[in-house]
Design a binder for this molecule. Structure first.
Ligand SMILES: Nc1ncnc2c1ncn2[C@@H]1O[C@H](COP(=O)(O)OP(=O)(O)O)[C@@H](O)[C@H]1O
Ligand SMILES: [Mg+2]
Length: 365
């Protein structure tokens, strides 16, 4: 896959570290290769180092240690405007005194592109973001979503090979965000642009990206395709940051290849896949997705079942969300699809829940 450390990488961070104060590292030994045409998202909580990584790639911050390469060239000492990178940020300020067309013309003039060519490129970029009729307006005469489309057009107008976006949709409402998510990924793929996208929104990351790098505390916790990340989190940070998760704590009792037995603190023994545990006796956090749990299950002899008491049963439209007391917890969640034959549960009801051992992952505690 595109992720290997070979010469074909279009963007490469190698052993990159960053400290602002000379003491604490906010980026710790970052190794990341991005292939040409790839849409890669840096996802993580606030303060995890995402923007810092983007700023080092853009050239507005310098790495304290390590190397950053673009298309095989080391760029640590190349100033931002000579890197040929397009950029879009949250609330990216368009020049307020210029029209939309003048805003788009600016990056072309900087690059000494002639007038006739400029006009052609501006028209094409505005058409791309479906703003062809707005060239004469000023930013203040546009809605937030339209301004963000113009910011996108301005980042693309000089046909960069690499575009960086830092939470570009953060300030927009949900519906507009979803429309633009779709437009951005389509556009990037159509134009063959390599994109590094930063967000703290996991849904955005999962729906838009070829691969996602999950950041926490200045490190990549996992780098994988969206489905891989959701289905097979490698540690408990990723399991809990991405999607909803039930967690049960216990100790590893035995390990046998792809199966282990965990003794839960509450006394029950359950089967799980040993993902991030070292050996017998280890503390572990066992994780299971709410949609992989069945109520009054009919999963065959391999399934694990537990007794549970219904605490809440919430109608969500397309799904039901049941909160349960089980295995010593009172926050165990089960999500079930809303089917015509769905039995509605009541608080206080005693039920059984079950899941398949392969859906249950033993992770670091
Ligand atoms: N210009 C700066 N000067 C000093 N510290 C900074 C600066 N920018 C970011 N930081 C610190 O670096 C860490 C990572 O920040 P940042 O890269 O902005 O994270 P993110 O984008 O994931 O929220 C945070 O602890 C933040 O306070
Ligand atoms: Mg940031």
């Amino acid at each position: 896959m595109a992720s290997t450390q070979n010469g074909a990488a279009f963007v490469a961070f190698e052993r990159v570290q960053k400290s602002y104060d000379g003491e604490t590292l906010v980026v710790k030994d970052l190794n990341l290769s991005i292939a040409k045409g790839e849409f890669l998202t840096m996802l993580g909580p606030s303060g995890s180092g995402k923007t810092t990584c983007l700023m080092m790639l853009a050239g507005f911050e310098t790495a304290t240690y390590g190397e950053i390469r673009l298309d095989g060239r080391e760029i640590n000492n190349i100033p931002p405007h000579k890197r040929g990178i397009g950029m879009v940020f949250q609330n990216y300020a368009l020049f307020p005194h210029m029209t939309v067309a003048e805003n788009l013309s600016f990056p072309l003039e900087v690059r000494k592109i002639g007038k006739a060519d400029r006009e052609k490129k501006i028209k094409r970029a505005l058409d791309m973001v479906q703003m062809g009729d707005f060239g004469g307006r000023r930013p203040a005469q546009l809605s937030g979503g339209q301004q963000q489309r113009i910011a996108l057009a301005r980042a693309l107008v000089f046909e960069p090979e690499l575009v960086l976006m830092d939470e570009p949709l953060g300030a927009l409402d949900k519906q507009l965000r979803e429309t633009l998510q779709f437009e951005i990924t389509n556009l990037a793929h159509e134009l063959g642009i390599t994109t590094v996208y930063v967000t703290h929104d996991q849904t955005e990351a999962l729906t838009m990206s070829d691969r996602v790098a999950v950041f926490d505390d200045g490190r990549i916790q996992q780098l994988a395709a969206p489905d891989e990340l959701y289905e097979r989190p490698e540690n408990s940070f990723v399991a809990q940051f991405i999607g909803e998760n039930n967690t049960l704590t216990g100790n590893v009792k035995s390990i046998d290849g792809q199966r282990c037995i965990v003794t839960l603190d509450h006394g029950e023994e359950i089967d799980a896949v040993p993902v991030n545990v070292e050996g017998v006796g280890d503390r572990t956090l066992v994780s299971i997705r709410p949609e992989r749990v069945e109520i009054n299950p009919d999963l065959g002899p391999d399934a694990h079942t537990l007794d549970a008491e219904v605490l809440e049963f919430i109608y969500m439209g397309d799904t039901f969300r049941t909160k349960l007391r089980t295995a010593g917890r009172d926050d165990f969640i089960v999500k079930t699809r809303n089917r015509a034959d769905q039995v509605r549960l009541k608080p206080g009801e005693k039920i059984k829940i079950g899941w398949l051992p392969q859906d249950c992952r033993a992770l670091d505690a």
